[in-house]
Design a protein around this ligand. Structure first.
Ligand SMILES: [Mn+2]
Length: 358
């Protein structure tokens, strides 16, 4: 009875297609999006363990570095970073029979590594949970209602009858992805199937409390102080709009010895203020001349619509992103305008038009 909680992602024809793609493939490369997170890494490493079990030659190629708090994931040390080892990554992509595209829905999500995928002769399978997937794979398993790609991978492995043979390592990777994409099961996490999956992962010996500590209690002292500084000095709280803006410049990152991943979770903090429905984070990219925008909301406020309209982006209802090419000052002004524009939805009642004297 419990098994019916899980979706069967592959119908009969797709199941056959899966086998046509996977069975004859000797060399398989697993890829995830640039700026790989716990879900991209978890899905890739779980698939790595599964495909190894099938006797495949499997490699994981990520466009660039993952945050330090994920380095403990089983076999993460085997990941090849295209950014650091471009020749090796390219050779692997050229030799591959099959490439898995995990936790992304368009080649440009690989950023500089996109040509490696597009120029590879390998066939492709996408497993992803982002909205509006592009058609660039022979087989696309896409479900925007899944809270993580790891959740989809779980259901697939279950459907394939492979789950029972998986060990604790693969289970740990899947759990990590489910946990990180739901803020440790605090949003996007009301699907009962998720808890059936977690129960199964715990039966494999996953130590969930340890995984939580390794991911969320892994900050440097500087990161903690940066968080204090942002909340005390930088957060613009727009109580009359039930919204908040936080900004982070390169100078501030240097001052607090910023390391990749340090900004993780900052955008969620203003939502802890009673009544806040929207939080927008504006952060200067460490390499490119652009501002990375992250949006988080509670209940029905559509971040993705705001991200599409104002921030050249998109995403999920409660978690979206985008980017801006302008100064931080201009970006803040634009964000205030966006918030005013969506005031009615934020407040849940009509609002008089706003005067702008900029
Ligand atoms: Mn994801």
């Amino acid at each position: 009875m419990t098994e019916s909680l899980l979706k069967e992602y592959l119908d009969e024809a797709q199941l056959e297609q899966w086998h046509q793609l996977v069975d004859p493939a000797a060399h398989i490369v697993l890829t995830g999006h640039a700026g790989p997170d716990g879900d991209a890494l978890g899905a890739a490493l779980a698939m790595y363990h599964y495909l190894k079990m099938l006797g495949k030659d499997v490699r994981v190629v990520m466009p660039n570095l993952y945050p330090d708090f994920l380095a403990w994931l089983p076999e993460a040390n085997r990941i090849i970073l295209a950014h650091a080892r471009p020749d090796e990554a390219q050779a692997l992509m050229q030799e591959a029979d099959l490439v898995f595209c995990l936790d992304y829905n368009a080649p440009n999500r690989l950023e500089e590594a996109a040509p490696l995928l597009l120029q590879s002769p390998a066939r492709r399978i996408m497993i992803d949970h982002h909205l509006k997937p592009e058609r660039f794979c022979q087989l696309a398993i896409s479900d925007a209602r899944a809270s993580s790609t790891c959740e989809i991978v779980f259901s697939l492995l279950w459907q394939l009858g492979a789950f029972s043979q998986l060990g604790r390592e693969a289970a740990t990777c899947l759990y990590c992805g489910m946990m990180t994409d739901t803020g440790a099961f605090t949003y996007n996490s009301s699907n009962p199937a998720l808890y059936f999956m977690i129960a199964q992962l715990l039966l494999k010996g996953v130590d969930k409390d340890r995984i939580y500590r390794r991911v969320y209690h892994n900050y440097s002292e500087k990161r903690m102080r940066l968080m204090g500084y942002l909340l005390y000095e930088k957060m613009e709280y727009l109580g009359h709009r039930r919204a908040a803006i936080i900004t982070l410049t390169r100078d501030e990152m240097t001052r607090f010895a910023f390391r990749k991943g340090d900004a993780e979770g900052f955008v969620n903090l203003p939502l802890e203020i009673k009544g806040t429905r929207l939080s927008v984070s504006l952060r200067e990219d460490t390499e490119k001349a652009l501002i990375r925008v992250s949006l988080r909301s509670t209940d029905t406020f559509p971040c993705n619509r705001m991200a599409e309209k104002y921030f050249n982006g998109g995403g999920h209802l409660n978690a979206s992103g985008g980017s801006l090419q302008m100064s931080m000052e201009e970006a803040v002004k634009l964000t205030r305008r966006a918030i005013d524009d969506f005031a009615e939805m934020l407040l849940g009642h009509p609002v008089a038009p706003v005067q702008h004297n900029e």
